[in-house]
Design a protein around this ligand. Structure first.
Ligand code: KIV
Length: 266
């Protein structure tokens, strides 16, 4: 646990860009995991709508609701002592109009006490981002692969429309986003956008030259065994650990070895 437990703030991100200090971001969806990640010293906890696939078991993020995001964000905020907590606006909670976006983002800030929201979209979302920032709501942008547009994209693929992605990143940053997630784009483009923007870029499948990196925590921990995107580095094999622990418990129960005398009341 780092000794510096001053909570991280939005202005820290701008300072880190200037200092070229790299930023670590991990997703979190519940209290115990968020507490462990915060204690490990991660800079930012993202309550991602990836919970639709990692926690709820759907094939996409499209079914996640604003109420579900609030439910998970409350747990993560309660656990975070140092990390900045950012919460995703889920599909169709902000695309209808800037007014709808302010209402949804306002609920996230008021009801969960998180510090910022994240939304997907480039140029088309610039006005919405501007209105949110004008309302005092910090926004993290998200360009490149936008999972909420998976139906239109026809799958989760590397995005190679370089001019459009560059334009999107500029539009989001100029609209007032304090950081921009770059998802699944060529590494060279990740570096080029990072050089060009005044705010930090946070890459996921965007190469090593971004200002920060984000991973989906269940991927990093080895809990998602069916699907291994190229950009994921797995740091643990908790899937195997959990299966082995459960099998040992089941065997102990079957053999009458659990509970033993020390685990029983007299
Ligand atoms: O929902 C999420 O977890 C995300 C990250 C993949 C950046 O948006």
């Amino acid at each position: 646990m780092p000794t510096d437990v001053r909570p991280i703030t939005i202005p820290d991100f701008a300072a880190w860009k200037t200092q070229r200090r790299r930023i670590s971001v991990l997703t979190a969806y519940d209290f115990p995991t968020a507490r462990l990640l915060d204690e490990a010293g991660v800079d930012c906890l993202l309550v991602g709508d990836s919970l639709g696939t990692t926690v709820q078991g759907w094939g996409t993020t499209l079914k996640v609701t604003l109420d579900q995001m609030i439910y998970h964000a409350e747990m993560v905020v309660r656990a975070a002592r140092r990390a900045l907590v950012v919460v995703d606006l889920p599909f169709l909670s902000y695309q209808v109009s800037p007014r709808q976006a302010i209402r949804a983002a306002g609920r996230l800030l008021k009801e969960t006490d998180c510090q910022a929201v994240k939304l997907e979209g480039g140029k088309a979302m610039a006005l919405t981002i501007r209105k949110l920032v004008d309302a005092g709501i910090p926004v993290m942008g998200h360009v490149g692969l936008q999972p909420q547009s998976v139906r239109q994209l026809g799958g989760y693929k590397v995005q190679r429309s370089e001019d459009r992605i560059l334009e999107d990143a500029h539009a989001v940053a100029e609209a007032g986003a304090f950081a921009v997630v770059l998802e699944c784009i060529p590494a060279r483009l990740g570096g080029q956008i990072t050089e060009a923007l005044a705010v930090p870029t946070i890459g996921i499948g965007a190469g090593p030259d971004c200002d920060g990196q984000v991973l989906v925590t269940p991927d990093l921990l080895g809990l998602i065994e069916q699907f291994h995107p190229k950009f994921v580095r797995q740091y643990a094999e908790l899937g195997a650990t959990i299966r082995a622990a459960a099998a040992a418990y089941i065997a102990d129960v079957a053999a009458g070895r659990f509970p033993n005398e020390a685990e029983s009341f007299r």
